[in-house]
Design a protein around this ligand. Structure first.
Ligand code: MN
Length: 737
């Protein structure tokens, strides 16, 4: 598709100047004599050198450095040197300007920071070769001047804010880097506002559906929430004023990412997250009075609303390591829900939003001097490997997705594995052959067994031997699907070879015992030795586990059975055996529910009423073929532990034409027409057949149980969703009909 972009250069020039003036306004408070000239010089240089470049969106490139400088000034509170560096942060990498040019025009300090910014542009890319040890060194280099990290954060924040024009692949890569490195870094440096925004923006691209869902939900209840906040803070405001405290009180929404985290951590739906916002009381106070006034405000709030004693956090008396100061309490609101209240002064608030940079600004009169102290502190934190620097790295690692770990190869490449993965998983992750011949591993240069559980950030070297082959018990060591399937297929291959060999031996032996070599007899022999298949029988023969004398025992018992004619117990076992053999001989070892219907007899267990989509297994019964149970069926554990050999894997084969009986428990507030509305959703909207409905109402509380026929779990989930939307309904849960 061709499109023509019409650019009004004159209008653009005006817009660039407008943005530049906005930047100057943003740094006004820190400007000292001569600073404005310096910033203008940097702006002119950036403008000139980027003049022919445009962003993916088509906008002039210079918008980007201006925006980064504005973030540095406004949202991180950095001074002139940083603003100059932010304006020039891309020129050495992307244009003809050299570091020498920068040093000549702006001095050594600025040149060093720009050099740092140019060098680290690739370092944050965790797919690039990056050794575990080098990771710390890299951070040390960065901390040589922390402004490098801070400007890099501003750069990343602006890129994340303007990522819509990027191709999807790039969005994903940048967003995962952000959540992996930049957001934890911002957190560690106390830049809470930036950390939250980076997390939200990453989620917007990494999990767009969930992000949108929560955003829509938040928006829908906004008016209601605001009304609540208003009635909640009104009396607080009044009394604060009466007591002579100068404060602003407002409600602040929690970030989408933090709401999502809470939903995942507590395994609750959006509706059950109660703290969607926090109330913030910002006091205008003096350094001498601020602690006392925070506690005075606390006393006012808790006189009005009952506090939860377990939820008091006092970071005013002892600030957090990253400088955060605030008084948090959770109180019971007028409608019986918990509300978090954060009390702090303006100074504390600025530190909370902008991190240490703001902290030192208050400590020292000269801005630059304070920043230097702060830089010194971060540098110490990083350069002391015994204590803090390691904590710092741990923080980094802990802040990753909790169910994933990142492991380094000896060459420094980074691999992502699920939590709990072992050295052997890692070997298979690198290459099938490396996994198959793995005899041990060195983790952080120490020898460990194959079963060693890897920790985030471990550096792993795999030791192999050409003599090694995959072993059966490896299946208990690995946890990744990849390693499991590779081991299985290699074991299968090996087994097939051995079985082939055993088959020949068995054939000869049977001949000598005058037993006819046919499928029926082979099945009988396998059953006699309690082996699940004839292939296992061949293997046992090849391994020498079954010898001629054992076969003679079999012959003997066969004769006895014949003499006793029929042993009912054997027939039972034989029946079970037959069904098992049938399933195991199918392509995949898995009973496909729906498809195998004609061939294998099965039905759905009445104790848990599974429906398609549920996790299920098959259990071979004596007289009724296979019964399908949900894996979370109350009887499952007992069946699996006592009759493990009778369990078959089962899977649903997608189909719409069949329906399954299940039950729903509905609670709500009794209202005229509630039952009518519920049945309307079920029968009219969903065209689901109801088998029964029972309803109890008690003091205005409605409780109903319905039994219905649904197609599958997805269908059921959708129905539950729609029922929840019926006015008056407060909860819908599934029960086993
Ligand atoms: Mn940039």
């Amino acid at each position: 598709m061709k499109s023509t972009l019409v650019i009004d250069l004159e209008a653009e020039k005006q817009e660039i100047l407008k943005r530049y003036r906005a930047l100057l306004r943003a740094c006004k408070s820190t400007l000292q004599k001569g600073d404005k000239k310096e910033i203008r010089k940097a702006f002119d240089m950036a403008l000139e050198s980027h003049k022919d470049m445009r962003r993916k969106s088509g906008e002039p490139y210079i918008y980007h450095p201006i925006a980064v400088a504005q973030i540095a000034a406004e949202e991180i509170g950095l001074g002139t040197t940083s603003i100059v560096c932010a304006l020039l942060h891309d020129v050495v990498e992307d244009t003809d300007i050299s570091l020498e040019d920068i040093e000549r025009e702006f001095g050594k300090k600025t040149a060093r920071i720009i050099d740092g910014l140019t060098k680290i542009s690739g370092v944050f890319d965790y797919n690039s070769s990056l050794q575990a040890e080098n990771f710390r060194k890299m951070l040390l280099t960065l901390a040589d001047d922390v402004r490098v990290i801070l400007i890099k954060l501003a750069d990343r924040l602006h890129n994340m804010r303007t990522m819509d024009f990027m191709p999807r692949q790039k969005q994903l890569k940048i967003a995962s880097e952000t959540i992996y490195l930049y957001a934890p870094l911002a957190h560690r440096l106390g830049l809470y506002a930036i950390k939250s925004e980076l997390e939200d923006l990453s989620m917007k691209y990494l999990e767009p559906d969930t992000y949108k869902y929560i955003a829509v939900q938040l928006n829908e209840k906004k008016a209601e929430r605001n009304a609540f906040i208003k009635t909640f803070i009104e009396p607080i405001n009044e009394i604060l004023h009466e007591q002579g405290l100068n404060a602003s009180v407002y409600g602040r929404p929690k970030s989408i990412h933090s709401i999502w985290n809470k939903m995942k951590k507590k395994n609750i739906p959006f509706e059950e997250v109660y703290d969607l916002f926090a109330i913030r009381i910002i006091l205008d106070s003096t350094p001498e009075r601020e602690k006392a006034e925070c506690w005075k405000a606390y006393s006012i709030v808790t006189d009005l609303y009952r506090p939860n004693p377990d939820r008091l956090r006092d970071w005013v008396s002892s600030p957090k390591g990253n400088g955060y100061e605030s008084l948090h309490t959770t109180v019971m609101g007028p409608k019986g829900q918990w509300v978090e209240v954060q009390i702090r002064t303006q100074r504390m608030n600025e530190i909370a939003e902008k991190g240490f940079a703001a902290h030192w600004k208050y400590k020292e009169s000269s801005n630059d001097n304070g920043l230097d102290q702060w830089i010194q502190k971060v540098r110490e934190m990083l350069s002391n490997p015994e204590a803090n620097a390691l904590d710092f790295l741990d923080d980094f690692k802990m802040n990753l997705f909790s169910d994933e770990i990142f492991i380094f190869t000896p060459k420094g490449a980074l691999l992502q594995l699920p939590m709990g993965a072992t050295a052997l998983d890692f070997a298979f992750e690198i290459h099938t052959d490396i996994g198959a011949t793995c005899i041990g591993a060195k983790v952080n240069h120490k020898l460990v067994p194959l079963s060693y559980k890897l920790q985030n950030g471990d550096q792993v070297e795999i030791i192999t031997s050409s003599k090694q082959v995959p072993k059966e018990d490896w299946l208990n060591i690995v946890m990744t699907a990849k390693a499991k399937s590779k081991i299985k297929s290699s074991l299968k291959e090996e087994k097939r070879r051995i079985a082939e060999n055993g088959k020949e031996i068995l054939e000869r032996k049977l001949k000598s015992l005058k037993i006819t070599y046919n499928t029926d007899n082979l099945n009988k022999i396998a059953y006699f030795f309690k082996l699940p298949s004839t292939q296992e029988l061949f293997v046992s023969v090849a391994n020498g586990k079954i010898e001629l004398k054992d076969l003679k025992d079999y012959l003997q018992s066969e004769k006895e059975i014949e003499s006793r004619h029929t042993d009912p117990k054997l027939t039972e076992n034989q029946q079970i055996e037959n069904v098992l053999t049938k399933v195991k001989s199918s392509e995949s070892d898995i009973l496909l529910i729906g498809e195998d219907m004609q061939k294998i007899d099965y039905n759905l267990a009445a104790c848990c009423n599974p429906i398609p989509g549920d996790d299920v297994f098959g259990f071979v019964t004596v007289n009724e073929g296979i019964k399908i149970h949900r894996t979370n069926c109350p009887n499952a554990a007992q069946l699996m532990s006592n009759y493990g050999y009778r369990i078959v894997k089962a899977k649903w084969n997608r189909q719409k034409e069949l329906t399954f009986l299940t039950g729903l428990h509905i609670v709500g507030i009794d209202d005229v027409g509630l039952i009518n509305n519920i049945t309307k959703v079920i029968s009219n909207d969903f065209k689901v057949n109801m088998r029964s409905i029972t309803v109890d109402t008690n003091d205005g509380i409605f409780e109903g149980s319905i039994k219905i026929f649904v197609n599958d779990k997805e269908h059921l989930d959708q129905l539950i969703q729609n029922l929840l939307e019926v006015k008056g309904v407060t909860g819908v849960s599934r029960f086993d009909a």
